[in-house]
Design a protein around this ligand. Structure first.
Ligand code: BES
Ligand code: MN
Ligand code: ZN
Length: 517
């Protein structure tokens, strides 16, 4: 079955020319809140030339519309006769529409919203040129592009025919006056594409994606981006002692996999970042079965793994200077006849025995194996896991902030800063010492969920994982809330967000710092 979206992301190009010469049928002109001279709003770069060339007064249009220049506000201006042939110097391209786009407070976040709004308004368009780059620094330009490429994400569909009236994403986004900005443009487009790749994996239904399928996708990414990919099948996992991954996968006829993707930069510097992703290709809860409504979105329970794969798909193109290994612990959590039972005791990769109390707390069992393996075999300097781990994270923080845990203040600060720049907000949560006893087991080294009620389900999950990081600098991202969006908003579409790809890539691109920098 199809491995990737049948819908192509918008292509982004930096262009040295001016807006009127860019051979585009749709033009996007920015506008900003007015200064204190009384003007409500102010037309941005290119506004006057476009007005003159098309015989429109765009400033008057904004005034009539009582436009406020909120970030992502769009005023759409259809162009009639005067636009004929105006979109190119030789008079061959018709300008049919001008989109006036509000830049709000002109922060990168506002530019991200503006990019998303332009892309939504430009669905079905072949080529759109915009002058926003002229008014944007590199951080804002990148945010605009990420917003524009990601807002129209779609997997394509499994329908026999297209939805009537549904329009494809803008095909080409031209950034005029940005001839010398191609570096920033390429970086942004690469990061957006990596997110797109991860979203494809998340949106794929679970009758198509099983652990073996996910491993095939990793091989494909490895081939395309010159990464070393190694996959352990169920036999290798059992014989090498990956007891958590084996136990979680035992209830499904589609066996588990551990996927390892390795990136070596040209001139490797010493740090080695290992990223671990939860790759539950479907989470029914296992014998501790979920209620039926709770099961519906659970094809997205491999989001952490998808994020890791998305990140690995971009590190070479971004020229990341540190070594990066991605591990995806992939299993399908089903209640088959051979499934693990509540009350079982299993052995993790590092020898820790774990009393399994609730088979629906499966994520930490597969992550623990992968983390322990990384610590024992890969000599990581930094270990970061990403997982849709607990409903409690969503209860605590909602859908806009991911829960971040770390044993290092510096790493926590650096990841938070990267997330802020990337438009993915992380909120640090405590690894509460006083709650550790809750994981005591009467029969094994540790239980995987609380045996005494302390609450804080996202925290106790993190405490369980912490044990397997040993003394390696570690961070944990619980993306259960942020991994899915209930509706389209900004650069997100309904469904999987692939939250984490951008924050991690911003952090890696900065050299994987251990302080705020
Ligand atoms: N995959 C779920 C967490 C989840 C829930 C992600 C909702 C996204 C949306 C995870 O495997 C799980 O079931 N966690 C349990 C843990 C509990 C049994 C200790 C939970 O959060 O209820
Ligand atoms: Mn579960
Ligand atoms: Zn799960």
């Amino acid at each position: 079955m199809r491995a990737e979206s049948t819908i192509r992301p918008t292509e982004v190009v930096a262009d040295a020319r001016a807006l009127m010469d860019a051979e585009a049928g749709v033009l996007a002109v920015p506008f900003s809140p007015g200064d204190d001279d009384g003007a409500q709003v102010r037309l941005g770069a290119g506004g006057d030339t476009v007005s003159a060339a098309l015989g429109l007064d765009l400033a008057v249009v904004l005034d009539r519309e009582r436009a406020k220049a909120r970030a992502g506000e769009i005023v759409s201006v259809p162009v009639f006769e005067a636009g004929r042939g105006a979109g190119s110097p030789d008079g061959e391209v018709d300008v049919t529409k001008v989109l006036l786009v509000g830049l709000g407070d002109r922060s990168p976040g506002a530019f991200r919203k503006a990019g998303a709004a332009v892309a939504r308004a430009a669905r079905g368009t072949e080529r759109l040129a915009t002058s926003v780059a002229v008014d944007a620094d590199d951080a804002s330009l990148r945010a605009f592009i990420e917003g524009a490429v990601l807002a129209t994400y779609a997997l394509g569909d499994y329908r026999g025919s297209a939805v009537p009236g549904e329009k494809r994403p803008l095909r080409t986004l031209v950034l005029t006056g940005a001839g010398d900005r191609s570096q920033a443009v390429t970086v942004a487009a690469t990061i957006a594409k990596a997110t797109w790749t991860a979203r494809d994996l998340v949106h794929t239904p679970s009758n198509v994606k099983d652990p073996a399928w996910l491993a095939e996708q990793a091989r494909g990414i490895g081939d395309a981006h010159r990464l070393d990919v190694r996959v352990r099948d169920e036999k290798a996992l059992a014989s090498e002692g990956f007891g958590g991954i084996v136990a979680v996968g035992a209830g499904s006829q589609r066996p588990p996999r551990l996927i390892a993707m390795r990136y070596e930069p040209k001139r490797a510097r010493s740090p080695h970042v290992v990223l671990v992703g939860k790759g539950i290709t479907y989470d029914s809860g296992g014998l501790s079965l979920k209620p039926r409504e709770a099961m519906v979105p659970m094809k997205t329970d491999m989001s952490g793994g998808a994020v890791v794969m998305g990140v690995l798909s971009a590190v070479r193109e971004l020229g990341v200077g540190v070594r990066v290994t991605g591990l995806v612990a992939a299993a399908e959590n089903l209640p088959g006849a051979t499934a693990q039972r509540p009350g079982d005791v299993i052995r993790q990769y590092d020898g820790t025995s774990v009393e399994v109390i609730n088979t629906d707390a499966e994520g930490r069992l597969v992550l623990a194996d992968a983390m322990a393996y990384a610590v024992a075999e890969l000599e990581p300097t930094v270990l970061i896991d990403v997982a849709t781990l607990t409903g409690a994270a969503t209860i605590g923080l909602g859908r806009s902030h991911a829960a971040l845990y770390s044993t290092s203040d510096g790493l926590a600060a650096a990841l938070t800063a990267a997330g802020d720049s990337a438009g993915e907000r992380l909120w640090r949560m405590p690894l509460v010492d006083d709650y550790r006893f809750a994981l005591d087991s009467a029969i094994a080294d540790i239980a995987h969920v609380e045996t005494t009620k302390v609450g804080g389900g996202s925290i106790t999950a993190a405490l369980f994982l912490q044990r397997f990081a040993r003394d390696v600098t570690w961070a944990h991202l619980d993306i259960a809330g942020t991994g899915r969006a209930d509706s389209a908003s900004g650069e997100l579409v309904k469904g999987g967000t692939a939250f984490g790809v951008r924050a991690l890539l911003y952090w890696l691109e900065a050299g994987a710092p251990l302080d705020e920098g």
